[in-house]
Design a protein around this ligand. Structure first.
Ligand SMILES: [Zn+2]
Length: 342
């Protein structure tokens, strides 16, 4: 049976059943999914809080990207040999369960989780390119064209990828305060950190990079050498080094930046896995259109459902070979992470 599930509820239930011997903690989400279903971030732990090393695997930072992330977590649980006494493993299933269930990138408040981990007591980051192109990135009316017909020029990509903090109804909005998902992750860190001296976080994503290839990204240049040695065979990049992210100062507010802040006195290694789908244009156009649908009451309509299905395909293609190679790629990174910490 495929590790992929068609929706959030099925994915959550399957992991729950597979991880029945793991310690389970549920963080209920205050809202419901599109069919009135309950939502939660579920945390599964294998190993004691006195373990010297801890691996945290997170899925669904970007809601619908949880399709692959949760499949990988399920396959990981089903194939994992006993990790040994000094290693604990924590799985976070659906950091953004609302976005997963609604087949969106963003949270219930329209926030891109991977731009939300900034210090809100400081002035908000500015994105002058977005300011200039906001009307094109996030238009007030949307043409009913198949997403393949929508163009996304390079300046548009740069304008959106860096994130923005001024338009709550716009794409890649980083928020004006910590979201429910961020507060939940911080609570999970508190509950699960235990006595581990070394903590590794793997944050699972899809939608960027070459088709079905799993790449690694780290937030800090110092960590790229470690990432390369821990994940042999994987391309490892420092986030800010990639030209397609535009802004040379990098992307603010990444989830992977939260680990060091939560555990300043421990050894922390945080990386993000990306698994490519289509060329950049399609995922970015889908994100922009999905943002438009959310803020213009289109989500519940037939058109909105079609757009959501296209969004799902853009971040987790139904193509069987994509699913097979992508799942194998992420699973290999998870097993390498375990091997590095063992
Ligand atoms: Zn993502």
């Amino acid at each position: 049976m495929s590790a992929f599930s068609h929706d959030y509820t099925t994915a959550a239930a399957r992991l729950h059943a597979a991880a029945s011997s793991w310690r389970h903690t549920r963080y209920p989400h205050p809202l419901q999914g599109p069919a009135g279903e309950a939502l939660a971030t579920d945390v599964y732990r294998l190993g004691s809080t006195s373990a010297a090393r801890l691996l945290i695997v997170n899925s669904s930072t970007h809601g619908l990207e949880g399709m692959l992330g949760s499949a990988a977590q399920l396959a990981f649980v089903e194939s994992l040999p006993p990790p040994g006494p000094d290693l604990a493993i924590v799985l976070i299933h659906a950091l953004n369960p609302h976005g997963f269930a609604w087949r969106r990138r963003v949270t219930e408040d329209g926030v891109d989780m991977n731009r939300n981990f900034i210090d809100f007591s400081e002035p908000l980051p500015e994105n002058p390119l977005y300011q200039r192109l906001a009307a094109e990135v996030d238009p007030e009316s949307w043409p009913d064209l198949p997403v393949a017909h929508l163009t996304t020029t390079l300046p548009l990509r740069q304008a959106v990828h860096a994130g923005q903090y001024e338009n709550p109804r716009g794409s890649f909005f980083g928020g004006h305060q910590p979201t429910w998902s961020r507060r939940t992750l911080e609570a999970i860190y508190q509950a699960e950190g235990g006595q581990a001296g070394t903590i590794q976080l793997l944050d699972l994503h899809t939608g960027a990079g070459p088709w079905a290839v799993t790449e690694m990204f780290v937030a800090e240049p110092a960590a790229s050498g470690i990432a390369r040695s821990w994940f042999p065979g994987a391309e490892a990049f420092v986030m800010a080094d990639r030209p397609r992210f535009g802004d040379p100062t990098g992307v603010p507010g990444l989830v992977i930046s939260s680990l060091r802040r939560a555990f300043p006195d421990r050894t922390t290694i945080a990386s993000l896995t990306e698994c490519g789908t289509y060329a950049d244009e399609r995922p970015v156009s889908v994100i922009r259109r999905s943002t438009y649908a959310m803020h213009h009451g289109i989500d519940g309509t037939t058109l909105g459902q079609r757009w959501a299905a296209e969004a799902q395909d853009a971040f987790c293609p139904a193509d069987p070979s994509w699913r097979r190679f992508s799942l194998a790629g992420v699973l290999e990174r998870l097993n390498q992470a375990v091997a590095a910490l063992r």
